[in-house]
Design a protein around this ligand. Structure first.
Ligand code: NAP
Length: 323
């Protein structure tokens, strides 16, 4: 019997390709450059499975042109790049990679927070510009975190991991979520459930960890920034459209908030020029999960999901539509 065919849409760690090759014929894009929609369809037209990345837009049109497709295994925990309803209608399973990227992404939220709160980027530039002539008492003052309030929007895996780190830094943790989480998790993290308005008004640091859905698009816009403390920092390692990027640039420029650490953008890879020009802002090119260990685990997890579906088993990490 002919081996099934798996298309891999972008360069991924070698270990995942080797695992797939033991079970299938693999058509792998060796470049870390995404396919155009036309290239995607031309590679996936006869594929039984696809390993996709968040840069691939897998909509009904793509799925309908790939009649043999049984599974789309996204190498990400977010799956807002896939029309899950269309896939379900056409009998195509969708899977994601929860859990394995939690610590890496939580660490990176903290990297952005510490960088913006303590002026790491301007300080680095200052030294490189050879402007460091003597120790100074009154320059580069940042914000202290101990004793301050860390607000988490979206208290799932990553939100809770960010809260644990916050506790270690001596912060008071509050969270808003679609529902209150189990008491054991609240006790373990020391986090208190609040409504969104309280989260906005009380947070000295607001870190976003909601998925991108219709309900969370522009979770922060002008009205929300207006409710926040002028001393507050906003950290976004969730998805770009969760923040109205133009409103964020306005809030930073007007002093409605003090700073921001941003890993994800509304129209990636484009960044609003007003945000590029905004003060007290640390920007990163969507690298929240980018450690060698985590990216390898993510790709292996996607490969395992593909192998399960091709073998007629239930995938390990199915994405299901919420009511
Ligand atoms: P998760 O465990 O599913 O957590 C998401 C949390 O948000 C859940 O507790 C969920 O509650 C809550 N939520 C959903 N809709 C909400 C709403 N409208 N208002 C308030 N809370 C809401 O997901 P995760 O693994 O922590 O990942 C979170 C997100 O991080 C991903 O979706 C992804 O987009 C992003 N991410 C980014 C990077 C990066 O590289 N920057 C890396 C990894 C992940 P329910 O469970 O009740 O729905």
């Amino acid at each position: 019997m002919a081996k099934p065919m798996v298309v891999v849409t972008r360069a991924v760690p070698r270990e995942a390709l080797e695992l797939l090759a033991a079970h299938a014929t693999v058509d792998a894009n060796g470049a870390d450059v995404g396919y155009t929609p036309e290239e995607l369809v031309s590679h996936a037209r006869d594929a039984d499975a696809m390993v996709s990345l968040l840069t691939d837009r897998i909509d009904d049109s793509v799925i309908s042109q790939c009649p043999k497709l049984k599974v789309v295994a996204n190498v990400a925990v977010g799956y807002d790049n896939i029309d899950v309803a269309a896939a379900a209608r056409r009998g195509v399973a969708v899977t994601n990679t929860p859990g394995v990227l939690t610590d890496a992404t939580a660490d990176f939220a903290w990297a952005l927070l510490l960088a913006v709160a303590r002026n790491v980027v301007p300080a680095d530039r200052y030294v490189r510009d050879r402007r460091f002539r003597e120790w100074m008492m009154m320059e580069f003052h940042g914000a202290e975190l101990a004793g301050r309030t860390l607000g988490i929007a979206g208290f799932g895996r990553i939100g809770a991991a960010v809260a644990r780190r916050g506790r270690g830094f001596g912060m008071h943790v509050i969270y808003a979520n679609s529902r209150r989480v189990a008491q054991a998790l609240e006790e373990e993290t020391g986090a208190h459930f609040v409504d969104k308005e309280t989260l906005l008004a009380s947070s000295d640091v607001l870190s976003l960890h909601v998925p991108l859905t219709a309900a969370t698009r522009h979770y922060l816009s002008d009205a929300e920034f207006a409710l926040m403390k002028a001393s507050a920092f906003v950290i976004n390692t969730a998805r770009g459209p969760v923040i109205d990027e133009a409103a964020l640039a306005r809030a930073l420029t007007s002093g409605a908030i003090r700073g921001a650490g941003i890993d994800v953008f509304e129209r990636e890879p484009a960044v609003d020029p007003a945000l590029l020009a905004a003060p007290n802002t640390v920007l990163a090119p969507h690298i929240g999960s980018a450690t060698t260990e985590t990216r390898t685990k993510m790709a292996l997890m996607a490969a395992e999901n593909v192998i399960a579906v091709l073998a007629g088993r239930t995938p390990v990490n199915p994405v299901t539509l919420k009511e």
